[in-house]
Write a protein of this length. Structure first.
Length: 287
């Protein structure tokens, strides 16, 4: 079971940490688990329950009334078709593009950009391989990529700030996570150049020569054999040198030794990527 820390929950729901703690003391809601270090940790279900409380409050209920309603009918007891994600998958299985877009529109209208991306769009991307067949996966992926691209474009351009080049390496065509990373960075003051899917080493070299990035992030989704991973990483690191190269994505997790031996770094999340960049900035002689 995947558990989330209270800081993450505050960001995903828009409810301050202090408010969540106050609700817990006064109403016994939410009900976090406790980690080995006694930190509060929450399930995905509890996150959705918190979001429902926030929506009820916006509709005019008091905090106590909103929490009482959610306690009376928690997420696990809601009909599956009532949630945004389930409605999206139901529409995708029917290949009903209009309904799938309506669901995405509803989510965007109800959430801030970070919550919309991290709480709805990215989970949909992660689930689609288990939810639908290849044809419907292509449909769902296209809709989500279009939405992420629009959000990224809406952020506008910046004249200052660190610059990142983002790419999927050669033979990797799943760029949804890459677009989400670009959105995350851009909203935090970065200048972002997205090269997209199936980017060869020569294109990385050309981009680095043109824009002189502070960091290159590569998103690996498809599974690769160790030999192929080493070859792709070596070519990428050489093409981008001396720029920091950070690999991430589900296709990179099983190749940590190869990543480090090739001179790259690994980041599980966008926040870890930024931390690696900060660490590199503070290293002696820029190394």
């Amino acid at each position: 079971m995947s558990l989330l820390r209270i800081r993450t929950i505050a960001r995903l729901t828009g409810i301050r940490e202090a408010t969540l703690r106050a609700w817990e003391r006064r109403y016994g809601f939410p009900r976090p688990h406790r980690s080995e270090n006694n930190y509060r940790a929450y399930t995905r279900e509890e996150v959705e329950n918190i979001r429902r409380v926030a929506r009820f409050i916006e509709e005019g209920l008091s905090v106590s009334e909103a929490i009482s309603q959610v306690k009376a009918l928690p997420v696990r007891e809601l009909p599956p078709e009532g949630t945004l994600s389930e409605r999206f998958w139901a529409a995708t299985k029917r290949m009903d593009t209009d309904e799938a877009l309506r669901v995405l529109d509803e989510g965007q209208a109800a959430m801030d950009v970070d919550t919309y991306c991290e709480g709805l769009l990215l989970p949909l991307l992660r689930e689609m391989g288990e939810r639908v067949d290849i044809a419907r996966e292509h449909l769902a992926s296209a809709l989500i990529r279009q939405r992420l691209s629009a959000l990224l474009a809406a952020e506008g351009s910046r004249q200052e700030g660190p610059r990142a080049v983002l790419a999927c390496p050669a033979r990797d065509h799943h760029e949804g996570g890459l677009l989400a990373l670009g959105l995350f960075l851009k909203r935090r003051g970065w200048r972002v150049t997205v090269l997209g899917a199936d980017t060869p080493a020569e294109a990385l070299h050309s981009a680095c020569a043109q824009v002189a990035p502070d960091l290159v992030a590569l998103s690996f989704v498809r599974r690769r054999e160790p030999e192929e991973m080493v070859q792709v990483l070596r070519e990428a690191v050489q093409a981008c040198a001396p720029v920091l190269v950070v690999a991430g994505g589900p296709g990179a997790r099983e190749h940590l030794k190869a990543i480090f031996s090739c001179g790259a770094q690994y980041a599980e999340t966008a926040s870890e990527l930024m931390a690696l960049w900060q660490q590199a900035r503070g290293a002696p002689n820029g190394t």
